[in-house]
Design a protein around this ligand. Structure first.
Ligand SMILES: [Fe+2]
Ligand SMILES: [Fe+2]
Ligand SMILES: [Fe+2]
Length: 431
């Protein structure tokens, strides 16, 4: 039996992050990938909250709609739809991004139960389906259109005209009535231009409660965001954090240190989101100039994490994952005692993870070859001897643990891609 986090470890991990911290992490990653989609999601969630209040929707329904609103267009990042479609009041093709958003939430997030609302967020009353989420999708649709109208500079009067014209056709009559009330009698439209939307959503989320295991799933969701631009980095992050966790345990770190190290492992390469894709995904070896650019990812990681993680240790460890004991590493060229046990562990975890993974320029190394390479780096004074010894002594458990965890990620990815292909094939769905 391969052990996952224990109850105590989950508790310690949870004490490191509140829901709003976790949301800040996800948000910061999305800001790197696609700022406009994230900000649009926040504004639509704000409109949803206003409508839910007006209609006195129950807490559960409101929460479903808010989460669906936050991520409803996330699939835009994946799909080939034109940006003009994103902004268009009457988009022609909405299937691709609605499907991608749905798949992302269903497979890569703890928000699976809201994924169908997202799938139907361009749904219309005159095509109503029996699916209970369809109705909520249509409700989300009207909120979405208000922000799209705002983005297009459509006047309040014209927006109201468009709503009235489509009452009972695209939108529910009651929703149109309530939305017009909000537009005429409240500050909702003006609020879209200010920070009020963001602040209100942050406050709304920080009042929520999370189960202990769900926090980690939200962080996994954040690493799945890498899937938008680089599957390799996504796998690498998951493997590095698993290795940090195992090596930390073998080195008898306390629970708090273990959670700090695990998180640093998950996000140490997040700065790669800012590296040009032509370099990040280049098949074959990088030129000196490209390598120089690639090495900037540690600085970017630090910058991104400083905007969302409160624990300075997590940031410091993530920032230092390329430091080497002999001072040959980067970005600071730290040496010997300047590199504490956490940084020594993440260095080994990062290298082992890279060696054991398939890369565009090399095959995955088997365990023996990985150990040989690690040992060479100990002999040349680059890596910590004790940490590598812990790796070697526990190689069987490490292999089994990684196989179990990485296979799980692989299966999720395959299931998602399978459903994507099936749904694209069965494109007869009316959305
Ligand atoms: Fe959309
Ligand atoms: Fe949208
Ligand atoms: Fe790195």
């Amino acid at each position: 039996m391969i052990r996952d986090f224990s109850k105590d470890e989950y508790d310690e991990f949870k004490s490191l992050f509140s829901i709003s911290d976790t949301w800040q992490i996800i948000k910061n990653i999305f800001l790197e990938i696609d700022r406009k989609v994230l900000e649009h999601g926040e504004r639509v969630a704000y409109i949803v909250l206003s409508l839910a209040k007006r209609q006195k929707l129950d807490t559960k329904t409101t929460r479903s709609l808010v989460f669906a609103a936050l991520f409803h267009d996330i699939g835009m990042i994946w799909s080939d739809e034109e940006e003009t479609e994103f902004k268009s009041f009457n988009p022609k093709d909405t299937y691709g991004h609605a499907l991608s958003s749905y798949l992302f939430l269903k497979y890569f997030s703890p928000l699976k139960k809201y994924s169908e609302i997202v799938l139907f967020h361009h749904g219309r009353v005159d095509r109503e389906q029996v699916n209970p989420f369809y109705k909520l999708g249509v409700k989300l649709h009207i909120c979405d259109r208000i922000d799209v109208a705002e983005m297009n500079g459509i006047s309040r009067e014209r927006t109201i005209e468009l709503l009235n014209k489509n009452a009972g056709k695209i939108f529910y009559k009651q929703d149109v009535e309530d939305m017009i009330y909000l537009l005429e009698k409240t500050s909702v439209l003006d609020d879209l231009k200010t920070n009020k939307c963001r602040d209100t959503i942050d406050k709304y989320l920080s009042a929520m409660y999370f189960r202990r295991d769900v926090v980690r799933n939200y962080l996994f969701m954040a690493t799945y965001c890498f899937e938008f631009f680089d599957t390799e980095t996504m796998f690498h992050s998951r493997m590095t954090s698993s290795l940090c966790y195992l090596l930390g345990r073998y080195m008898n770190l306390n629970l708090h240190q273990l959670s700090v190290l695990y998180t640093a492992g998950l996000f140490c390469d997040i700065g790669k989101a800012r590296i040009d894709h032509s370099i990040l995904k280049k098949p074959g070896k990088l030129t000196d100039e490209e390598r120089k650019i690639m090495k900037r990812h540690d600085e970017y990681t630090k910058e991104i994490l400083e905007g969302c993680i409160k624990d300075p240790q997590v940031i410091d460890i993530a920032y230092s994952h390329h430091e080497r004991l002999d001072g040959s590493g980067y970005p600071r060229g730290l040496k010997g005692s300047e590199i504490d046990i956490n940084k020594r562990i993440i260095a080994v975890a990062d290298i082992a993870s890279a060696l054991m993974a398939h890369r565009s320029y090399k095959d995955a190394y088997p365990m023996e070859k990985t150990i040989e390479e690690l040992q060479d780096m100990v002999d040349s004074g680059k890596l910590d001897e004790k940490v590598v010894k812990a790796f070697i002594d526990n190689q069987q458990e490490i292999s089994a643990y990684l196989e179990n965890h990485i296979n799980r990620v692989l299966r999720t990815l395959q299931a998602m891609r399978g459903e994507k292909a099936r749904l694209k094939f069965a494109n007869s769905w009316s959305l």
